[in-house]
Ligand binder design. Structure first.
Ligand code: TYM
Length: 331
C-alpha cells in the first residue's frame, strides 16, 4: 500500500483544473492507498488573505472535497494548520534548502511577477513547506497537476539531502502522480495555457458555478474566425476548447466537432453550446452535494476533527523520529 499525500490552497473555490489535475485522482486513490489530503492554509498566507475570509475559504474547499466523493472514512482529510508538526519540519528543512535553488524555482519567479509588492520569505520557501507537507507522512505518491512537477522535484531533493546529511534511509522519494500517466494541465477559457483561480475569474469554471454562469463563460471563451485550411493545426485558444471537450464530453461528440474543424465546416457557437451543456451536466452532482453539505455544518466539523486526529498521529511520529535523527535529545 502506498502512502499518498496532496494539498490544495484555499483561495476560493475549486475549478475544473483542480478537479481533473488532482481531485479525480484523490477519489480513485482513496480506495486502496493510505491517503492524506489537506487544505493548504499555511501556504495561502503567502498572498495575505483577510482573516475574516480565511475560515470561509477553508470550509468551502473542505465541502467541495467531500462533494467530489472524498470519503473521510477512507482518506484522511485535514486542514494543514491543524497539524503544526508540518511547520516544525518546514523549519528543519529550511536549514538545508539553499536560497539559490529556491530563487530559481519557476513558481517563485511567476509569483513575484504577480505580486511584486509582497515578495515575502514564505513565497521563497514555498517549496520547502510543500516538501514538509509531503514527507511528514513519508509519502510515495503525490497526485498533482502538471504545474506542480518542479515542486515535486525539489521535494525529492530535500528528502534525499536529509537522508544523505544524516546518513539515514528515512524519507522515501515521492513522485508526482496521475492515473492516466501524464500529468494533466486543464487550459483556460481565455486562450491561456492553464485554468487558474488567481487570474481572470471568467476564464475558469468553478465546480459550484450555477448552470447559467457556466453557459455564459463557455459561450464567451476565446475563439478565432475559423480554420483557413483543411486539417490545419489548431491555434492555442481553439486547442483549449477541444481539450475541455475531451475532458468533459463523450468521445463521439469530440470526434464530431474535430471532424468539422478539419473539414472547415465548424461553427464555434454550436460547439460551445454543446460544451456548455456537457459541463453543466458533468458538474450537476457536485453542485447538488455542495448544497447539501452547506446545510450540515456539524458533519463538516466532525470530518475536520477526525482528519486532524489522524494526520496528527502520523505527523507526530515522523517529527519524533526526525528529532532523534537530527540529534535533539530530551534531558
Ligand atoms: P493549487 O491549490 O494551485 O492547485 C491544487 C491542485 O490542482 C492542480 N491544478 C491543475 N491541474 C490541472 N490543470 C490546471 N489548470 C490546474 N490548476 C490547478 C494543481 O496541480 C494541484 O495539484 N502548491 C500546491 C498546493 C500544495 C500541495 C502540497 C500539493 C501545498 N502543499 C503538497 C501537493 C502536495 C498548489 O498551490 O496547488
Amino acid at each position: 500500500m502506498s502512502i499518498v499525500v496532496s494539498g490544495i490552497r484555499p483561495t476560493g473555490k475549486l475549478h475544473l483544473g483542480n478537479y481533473f489535475g488532482a481531485i479525480r485522482n484523490f477519489v480513485r486513490m482513496q480506495e486502496k492507498d493510505n491517503c492524506y489530503f489537506f487544505i493548504a492554509d499555511y501556504h495561502s498566507l503567502t498572498t495575505h488573505p483577510a482573516p475574516e475570509d480565511l475560515h470561509g475559504s477553508v470550509k468551502n474547499v473542505m465541502i467541495e472535497f467531500l462533494s467530489c466523493g472524498l470519503d473521510p472514512e477512507k482518506a484522511t482529510l485535514y486542514v494543514q494548520s491543524d497539524v503544526p508538526e508540518t511547520a516544525e519540519l518546514y523549519l528543519l528543512l529550511n536549514m538545508n534548502a539553499y536560497v539559490g535553488e529556491l530563487e530559481r524555482c519557476t513558481s517563485f519567479k511567476e509569483k513575484i511577477r504577480y505580486q511584486p509588492d509582497n515578495v515575502n520569505a514564505g513565497l521563497l520557501t514555498y517549496p520547502t513547506l510543500m516538501a514538509a507537507d509531503i514527507i511528514i507522512h513519508k509519502a510515495h505518491k503525490v497526485p498533482v497537476g502538471k504545474d506542480q512537477e518542479q515542486h515535486l522535484e525539489m521535494t525529492r531533493t530535500f528528502a534525499n539531502r536529509f537522508n544523505r546529511l544524516y546518513k539515514v534511509d528515512y524519507f522515501p522519494e515521492p513522485v508526482a502522480y496521475n492515473f492516466g500517466d501524464n500529468l494533466v494541465k486543464i487550459p483556460s477559457l481565455d486562450g491561456g495555457l492553464k485554468m487558474s483561480k488567481s487570474e481572470n475569474e471568467n476564464s475558469a469554471i468553478f465546480l459550484n458555478d450555477p448552470p447559467e454562469v457556466i453557459r455564459k463563460k463557455v459561450m464567451r471563451a476565446v475563439t478565432d474566425e475559423g480554420p483557413k485550411q483543411v486539417n490545419q493545426e489548431k491555434p492555442q485558444a481553439i486547442e483549449n476548447i477541444f481539450a475541455l471537450m475531451k475532458a468533459m464530453s463523450e468521445p463521439s461528440v469530440y470526434d464530431f466537432f474535430n471532424d468539422q474543424y478539419n473539414s472547415m465546416t465548424i461553427r464555434y457557437g454550436d460547439m460551445k453550446k454543446q460544451l456548455g451543456e456537457d459541463v453543466v451536466r458533468f458538474t450537476e452532482p457536485f453542485r447538488e452535494k455542495i448544497r447539501q453539505l452547506y446545510a450540515d455544518e456539524q458533519y463538516v466539523a466532525k470530518v475536520v476533527k477526525l482528519g486532524a486526529e489522524k494526520a496528527h498521529a502520523s505527523a507526530s511520529k515522523t517529527i519524533r523520529e526526525v528529532r532523534e535523527i537530527i540529534g535533539f535529545k530530551t534531558f
